[in-house]
Design a protein. Structure first.
Length: 139
């Protein structure tokens, strides 16, 4: 999950716990940290420090490298192009939705406003992207 809001990160972690999802959730606070993770640089260097994500939950509004810039870079790099990306943001702006899909996002989801709704959203996202969908094999 790439999100600069510590409360949102905590809520998603709590939602995963609430549905007893066995998934390993990792966090990046912005696009710069996401690419440090993917490239195994800085705090993510070393064996096992940064396993390849099966899904990226990406906020749009972040400092340094925002979600738009991050999405564009993710989908332009062959090594990361096949990682499913779900934009999970507070935005409902048609411009943001259009941009995200044009840039190659797999889904665009507006963050729910209640914890119960977030739990249901996380349940649906994990069931679909991590249990139902068959991802491509990675070299």
């Amino acid at each position: 999950m790439v999100d600069d809001d510590a409360d949102d990160r905590m809520l998603v972690r709590d939602a995963l716990s609430d549905i007893q999802a066995p998934h390993d959730l990792r966090f990046a606070r912005d696009g710069e940290e996401l690419f440090e993770y993917l490239e195994r640089r800085g705090p993510f260097a070393g064996r096992g420090a940064a396993p390849r994500p099966d899904l990226i939950l990406l906020d749009l509004q972040m400092p340094r490298k925002n979600g738009r810039e991050s999405l564009k870079q993710l989908k332009s790099e062959p090594a990361w192009r096949c990682i499913p990306v779900v934009v999970l943001t507070t935005s409902t702006a048609a411009e943001d939705i259009h941009y995200a899909y044009e840039a190659g996002v797999n889904s665009f989801v507006t963050k729910p406003t209640t914890f119960r709704s977030l739990v249901e959203t996380v349940r649906i996202l994990t069931a679909y992207w991590l249990e139902l969908v068959q991802p491509p094999g990675y070299d």
